[in-house]
Design a protein around this ligand. Structure first.
Ligand code: OOB
Length: 541
């Protein structure tokens, strides 16, 4: 079945006519924001502060430097930077050239990067020197040996390899801007077996995403956004996150980790008004606040929570005990964002994930045959609209599976629409583990497990976890009864797999329980795992 492009051609005209898509690139938008907000503070990282004008001219200098190095319009550039000003400068400099940042999480390692590099063939790779104890330069050295496309390595700080980002600059030059309909950036989605899915977002669709979310959050020039989650994620980058805050002239405070020790003092010092967190982090913060009487978070007006299921009880506690408003956010890097409104009644805020941010979003709830379910019933949420992608990057086969012939993205989420028009998520249809908001594809982890010399076969399942929401448990068929969780982790580390994908628990089994159609019965495995006796390691975020 071929994905039709006809609807899209029609829809694109309508998206422009209805004003969803502005004819400006992200680079041009920043210029506009800088002219409007000039000496207002835009970004804060530790002691460093940049105004809108300073941000704009630093971006120009960096874009010129990149350009003179040989980075061109249409080139892909892998950017793996933590929550630092350098991340924002790098992305906007690339936007201005029309080069495309691939936003890799700092948590990703060789295994993920190999897949991304093979697919997207980046010309440059931009990294921190070290971050949270990990040496990225060592990893880069190995990667560039395997991937000839990478001509430049740039590091945020001095390093023995590559060029220091801080030293890359050039005089302002007239660059030929890309089109606002071009791909601006590639976001990452949970990968299937070694082949990552890259999500191409255009300049116009991403700006619209940022502005429409900012409107739903009632963001203004006075807003101060604390970026806590890794900003390579769509949520803190654009919902409204960094881009939404810049679009209204607010201030962004960059926080490098999710720890209370770092975040709480920043909230107080910078008088943060809004932040976005995943439920597992909210829960940790909530527990700390129970005994921490010193920290003053009273400047917070809005707490956005999304990325995975927020438990109703935790939601109620937030609305009762925090002095700010709770906003639930259900979103996806592929596009659709739903959130509750700040003036929704408490009963809705604690139990629903809100409404789509755009009137142009077409959300349907369908059964397994693709037919609409009765109003109010659960089914799979599918969507198309002005900021939802129509296909993954270089992934024809995957696209045939993930999109309907008339262009709807199959989210794999089980949802219903309440009589008031709110989305309510009721679980998942897709096989995925949502571990503290990070998505894990069991098939990918199973492939790594089967590479272990002592493991004959493996199946990864989801288990509930009081802190993470969900954790992973690997069932293994092996002749080596002594294999331990630590052995498995050591093997994953050697293979260069991101820490969050390492199983939280292992179970040994002699043969698979099968379903009636002969597949591994994961429901049965879950029952077995939940029976007490297994070797567990306290799950860490
Ligand atoms: C966000 O984006 P992704 O791409 O990391 O993950 C999307 C998936 C959704 O399909 C859904 O399965 C799950 O994450 N999800 C939620 C949720 N928000 C996302 N499941 C239950 N409740 C929620 N509130 O996770 C993301 C992107 C932008 C904004 C917020 C989250």
């Amino acid at each position: 079945m071929k994905v039709s492009t006809e609807w899209y051609e029609q829809a694109a005209i309508a998206y422009e006519q209805r004003g969803f898509w502005e004819p400006l690139t992200l680079g041009q938008q920043l210029r506009k924001w800088a002219e409007q907000y000039q000496n207002k503070e835009a970004l804060v990282e530790d002691e460093e502060r940049l105004t809108y004008s300073e941000l704009d001219s630093k971006v120009d200098a960096l874009a010129s430097g990149f350009y003179h190095m040989g980075i061109q319009k249409g080139d892909n550039v892998a950017v793996q930077l933590p929550n630092r000003i350098s991340f924002v400068l790098t992305c906007f400099a690339l936007f201005r050239i029309g080069a495309v940042p691939i936003l890799v999480l700092p948590a990703h390692r060789e295994a993920e990067l190999d897949g991304i590099f093979a697919l997207a063939r980046p010309v440059a790779y931009i990294i921190p020197t070290t971050f949270l104890g990990f040496d990225y330069t060592k990893m880069a050295e190995d990667l560039v040996k395997r991937h000839a496309s990478v001509k430049f390595v740039m590091t945020d700080g001095d390093s023995p390899i590559g060029r220091n980002l801080a030293e890359i600059s050039g005089p302002p030059i007239e660059l030929e801007a890309p089109s606002y309909k071009d791909t601006a950036l590639l976001l990452l989605s949970g990968g299937t077996t070694g082949i990552p899915k890259l999500i191409p977002r255009t300049h116009a669709d991403y700006v619209y995403n940022a502005k429409a979310t900012a409107a739903r959050c009632q963001l203004t020039e006075k807003s101060v956004y604390l970026a806590v989650l890794p900003i390579a994620h769509n949520f803190p980058l654009c919902c409204p996150g960094i881009l939404g805050t810049l679009s209204v002239g607010g201030k962004i405070v960059l926080c490098k980790t999710t720890s209370c020790d770092e975040a709480f003092p920043l909230i107080e010092k910078e008088q943060v008004t809004i932040t976005g967190l995943v439920p597992s982090i909210v829960q940790v913060w909530q527990e700390v606040l129970e005994w921490d009487t010193e920290s003053d978070l009273s400047s917070l007006e809005v707490l956005q929570v999304g990325g995975s299921m927020l438990d109703d009880n935790l939601a109620s506690r937030i609305t009762r005990e925090w002095k700010c408003k709770l906003q639930q956010v259900f979103g996806m890097a592929e596009g659709l964002i739903c959130c509750t409104s700040l003036d929704d009644p408490e009963s809705i805020i604690t139990s629903c994930q809100g409404r789509p941010i755009s009137e142009g979003d077409e959300v349907r709830i369908v059964d397994e045959h693709g037919n609409d379910v009765a109003p109010g019933e659960y089914g799979e949420l599918i969507v198309r609209g002005p900021y939802t992608i129509r296909g993954y990057y270089r992934a024809e086969e995957q696209n045939r599976e993930s999109f309907t012939p008339d262009g709807f993205y199959r989210s794999g989420d089980k949802a219903r629409i309440t009589p008031e028009g709110n989305i309510q998520i009721g679980g998942r249809i897709k096989e995925q583990i949502n571990r503290a908001g990070e998505k894990i594809m069991p098939a990918e982890v199973e492939t790594y497990l089967r590479m272990h010399p002592a493991i004959k076969d493996a199946a990864l399942i989801t288990l509930p976890d009081p802190v993470l929401g969900e954790k992973s448990c690997a069932f293994l068929i092996t002749d080596d009864e002594t294999i331990s969780l630590a052995d498995v982790h050591a093997f994953f580390q050697e293979k260069g797999v991101a820490r969050y994908k390492m199983p939280d628990q292992i179970e040994l089994i002699d043969y698979w329980p099968l379903t009636s159609v002969g597949k591994v019965n994961k429901a049965k495995l879950k029952e077995l795992a939940l029976a007490p006796k297994s070797e567990t390691k306290p799950a860490e975020i």
